[in-house]
Design a binder for this molecule. Structure first.
Ligand code: NAD
Length: 480
């Protein structure tokens, strides 16, 4: 305990009082980093920025540990436990970085400039600024896919940002309180107590699992009169949920959901969304109306407006409508000074946190190598100008060749994990030449420890573990 406390105190000191930093240097190249999600944050964490001026632009000033976001919607975790201010990272870099809470609105790949506007909620003027870049790290992610279905944005809740989780939590509790209100009709209670999740990818499945835990652990305690009326329905257009997982884990998830009384409607697509009901079409092309109290929309991602705008400026190179096309060195096709990573890219990799963070690490190392190569080139020019010994020149040339030889980005899949409720998780982990699938309580412990160790800071790890302990002891907080 003493050691643990000691370690914690040591960490806090360092965290509160970061050391001296070098000033920005106009002679150095400027890297503008757009976004602070998995890709950009991993890049920032791993970059040795001695040779660069770094400017970070993102509409939110923190990194969000998105895999644990479903837990925030029912109060298993507190929102602040899974975020980390970006300034905590930049303040510990060798050279000072500029961080702007702003939304990028335009990129000019010819003039090499980026335009952004202040994302302040209080400042009405929203000042717009254009700055030049030498390299642009494009990690803006993607936005929620609605397939143009009417009513989704208005009545559905997405599960991407912190504000989405907060909105779901408020709506869920509003449904429970309204259903408990005196004199409600049976029909209205049934509607309010029906929670519908659209999309059977990992997001939808994890959300349905968390909701089930909330029902079992807390609803029966705090809302005993209506608890048994809660129904959870997961609607998926394809023949099964979790298409990216192994057959065995799909079956395990579907049977766990059956036991947990989560209705899974496969081969069913939502066609229209109203304020209180959705219209679905089943495999036989018949349509039905399903009343709901809370609607969570988790049907995947699509390219952001900014990405479409950038692609429109490079029409010969950017033809994939799903997102940005890059080469195997993450350079945007048609704009080699822009490196794109994470969900903004439509390529051979799935849009996952794991891919984005590995790309961030690779890019940080690559840009350091590029700076080293520039320095060596300058050194060579000087040596040649001053007539240095051929052996010395040869030595520097060899060094330059070594540094300039940057291997392409290669993704190494470490496995997929998902929490499915009732203290069970599933894992698809590569194992020698095959893959190892497992599901159950032991996997849940593995899921917890894997997520705890991937959390970026000791502060977040402590907060998440404390939240888990708190919920075990006192249950979830149902205040709205
Ligand atoms: P997804 O794209 O994986 O799944 C969306 C699902 O919605 C699809 O199966 C699709 O068939 C279904 N769908 C689309 N339109 C529909 C409609 N109108 N009616 C009914 N169903 C419809 O989306 P996601 O779950 O948000 O995941 C996005 C990415 O993030 C994926 O690459 C995923 O692997 C990753 N992710 C991973 C984890 C994890 O590993 N634990 C968690 C969350 C997200």
């Amino acid at each position: 305990v003493l050691t643990a406390t000691g370690a914690f105190i040591y960490f806090s000191q360092k965290d509160l009082y970061p050391g001296e930093q070098l000033d920005q240097d106009p002679k150095k190249k400027t890297i503008v980093v757009l976004g602070n999600g998995w890709g950009s944050t991993s890049f920032l964490k791993n970059l040795d920025n001695e040779e660069y001026n770094v400017v970070v632009v993102s509409p939110r000033n923190y990194f969000l540990f998105s895999p644990l976001l479903p837990s925030v919607t029912v109060g298993t975790l507190e929102a602040r436990s899974i975020i980390q201010p970006t300034r905590y990272i930049t303040r510990h870099k060798k050279r000072k970085c500029a961080v702007y809470e702003a939304e990028a609105t335009d990129i000019d790949p010819v003039k090499k400039t980026v335009t952004f506007k202040d994302a302040s909620e209080t400042n009405e003027t929203h000042k717009e600024v254009t700055i030049p870049y030498d390299y642009l790290v494009y990690g803006v992610g993607a936005e929620n896919q609605t397939f143009g279905i009417k009513g989704v944005k208005e009545y559905g809740c997405f599960l991407k940002e912190l504000k989405d989780a907060d909105r779901i939590r408020r709506k869920l509790l509003d449904c429970l309180e309204t259903a408990s209100f005196t004199g409600q009709s049976e029909e209205e209670i049934n509607r309010l107590m029906h929670m519908v999740v659209v999309g059977g990818g990992p997001t939808g499945v994890e959300y349905a699992g968390e909701l089930h835990d909330f029902l079992i652990d807390d609803l029966r305690k705090w809302y005993p009169e209506i608890a048994d009326k809660l129904r959870i329905t997961l609607i998926e257009a394809l023949p099964n949920v979790l298409p990216a997982f192994s057959k065995q884990l799909i079956e395990y998830t579907e049977s766990t959901f059956k036991t947990n009384k989560i209705d899974v409607m496969t081969r069913t697509a939502v066609k229209d969304v109203g304020e209180k009901s959705v219209i679905v079409q089943d495999a036989n092309k018949n349509t039905h109306e399903i009343p709901y109290g809370l609607l969570v929309w988790a049907t995947g991602n699509t390219a952001r407006e900014l990405s479409r705008k950038l692609m429109g400026k490079l029409p010969e190179h950017q033809t994939n409508r799903r997102g940005i096309t890059t080469d195997d060195h993450l350079r945007v096709a048609g704009a080699p000074e822009i490196f794109a990573l994470g969900d903004a890219v439509a390529g051979q990799y799935a849009p996952t946190a794991q891919v984005a963070s590995q790309q961030g690490v690779w890019l940080a190392r690559t840009l350091v190598k590029m700076a080293q190569a520039e320095k060596l080139k300058e050194e060579l020019n000087q040596m040649r100008a001053t007539g240095a010994e051929p052996a010395d020149v040869e030595r520097v040339v060899k060094k330059l060749n070594r540094v300039a030889d940057v291997p392409s980005f290669n993704y190494s899949h470490q496995g997929s994990l998902a929490y499915i409720g009732s203290e069970k998780a599933i894992a698809d982990v590569p194992f020698f030449n095959g893959s190892f699938s497992s599901g159950g309580v032991a996997t849940m412990l593995f899921w917890r420890s894997a997520y705890i160790s991937t959390l970026y800071s000791l502060r977040n790890r402590t907060l998440v573990m404390a939240d888990w302990a708190k919920v075990k002891l006192f249950g979830r907080d149902v205040s709205r």
